[in-house]
Ligand binder design. Structure first.
Ligand code: NAP
Ligand code: F7E
Length: 336
């Protein structure tokens, strides 16, 4: 397919539609796809913030469509009109602790939202390739170490339950309607664009602000839990790779290493020139009704079939995040 330009005919760019484009992964995925020459469309829900504040340097480079995963009409209208080649469903109420306070809302967005997407695709654009942002939280109370594609699920939060529903809905549409629909079962991945109420960013932002005298302490919950933390820009490449395969399948994406929240604190505060034990306090407010104590993923299928691998080490990830937050704190403190 070609389209006309003042310089002659050009090959038609592939169209990608991303829900959750204002989130961490949406940002990196849109940037990645723009670099590959895609025409990128992003779903944005209503907010008091201006679009450029929410999507940063993506502004002006992507098409913004307004809608909401809880509203099937808005989703259907966009998919029918745009006719994307690839659809990445990244939107979710993604905060696990919040999901205990907002279980219904979480299920509506994170679980039913995926079904609304699949049904809109089935009805109006069935040839599109679909990526569902599944999560290691589905393993919850882990039944096997490390966790792989065949490990049974045991979710431990309303968020995890909603992601399990979305995971199976994706498989159901693949099997029932022969749609190209994949689950990426991604373990925790972080970056300077991570939301500030997730533990990694909460720590790196606090370490930076304490180092510059803008804050005096950091209050956390359970320091003993272990997570398999990777670097988000590397993980969005795996999403794209899944949709370039001959057949739709599900893949675990992880580093294969696990570390405690305490270890994350130690490295982050050290990078900021501080001793974490002098600044961190524990408050039961941040403990969860049911916890996921340990996750560690086995990404060997993705390494073998997709040629994907993680590159950034755990200490490098922490340092990238602390350095970005030190820079932001210097600007906040108006230090040149
Ligand atoms: P995030 O930063 O929390 O972004 C979530 C996105 O969803 C935001 O753009 C948010 O928009 C949007 N959203 C929330 N409710 C919506 C609704 N009702 N309608 C439309 N959009 C809505 O999440 P992330 O870290 O980028 O993660 C991306 C996806 O991967 C999520 O589905 C998450 O559950 C999943 N996941 C993440 C990880 C991880 O470690 N990061 C691991 C496994 C799976 P607003 O800006 O308007 O709030
Ligand atoms: O918590 C502990 C907390 O909120 C990590 C989401 O992207 O990854 C993320 O979910 C751990 C938990 O991420 C605080 O108890 C201690 O065990 O950063 P988090 P998460 O729950 O692992 C998965 C894969 C997703 O799919 C999710 O969308 O850290 N923890 N103290 C704390 N956590 C927070 N948030 N705040 C604390 O003060």
């Amino acid at each position: 397919m070609h389209y006309s330009t003042p310089f002659g005919k050009r090959p038609m760019a592939k169209k990608a539609f991303i829900t959750g484009i204002t989130g961490q992964d949406g940002y990196y995925l849109a940037d990645f796809l723009l670099d590959k020459g895609y025409d990128v469309y992003g779903l944005v829900r209503s907010s008091s913030l201006e679009i450029p504040q929410r999507i940063g340097k993506l502004a002006g480079r992507v098409h913004i469509d307004h809608g909401d995963l809880t509203d099937s009409l808005s989703i259907r209208e966009i998919i029918e009109r745009v006719q994307p080649d690839e659809i990445y469903n990244l939107a979710a109420q993604s905060h696990v602790q919040w999901s205990f306070k907002l279980p219904e809302n979480t299920f509506d967005t994170t679980g039913s939202g995926c079904i609304r997407m699949l049904e809109a695709i089935r009805q109006t654009c069935p040839q599109a390739r679909f990526y569902q942002a599944s999560s290691s939280e589905m393993f919850g109370l882990v039944q096997e170490v490390p966790q792989r594609e065949t490990t049974p699920f045991h979710p431990r939060s309303p968020y995890g339950v909603a992601k399990v529903a979305a995971f199976w809905a994706t498989i159901n549409y693949r099997e029932g309607y022969n749609m190209f629909a994949c689950n990426g079962i991604l373990f925790n991945h972080e970056s300077p664009r991570r939301g500030e109420d997730f533990v990694t960013r909460k720590i790196t932002k606090a370490a930076a602000r304490i180092a510059l005298g803008l804050q005096d302490k950091l209050i956390l919950g359970n320091l003993d839990v272990k997570r398999d933390w990777g670097y988000a820009p590397e993980y969005v490449r795996a999403m794209w790779l899944m949709l370039q395969q001959e057949t739709p399948e599900d893949y675990v994406i992880a580093t294969g290493e696990t570390h405690t929240v305490r270890e994350f604190c130690e490295i982050a505060f050290r990078r900021a020139g501080l001793d974490w034990e002098k600044h961190v306090e524990i408050d039961p407010r941040f403990f969860r009704p049911a916890e996921v104590n340990l996750v560690i993923g086995d990404a060997s299928k993705a390494m073998r079939q997709l040629g994907w691998e993680h590159k950034t080490s755990f200490p490098q990830l922490v340092e990238i995040m602390v350095d970005a937050d030190l820079e932001a704190a210097r600007q906040e403190a108006k230090i040149p």
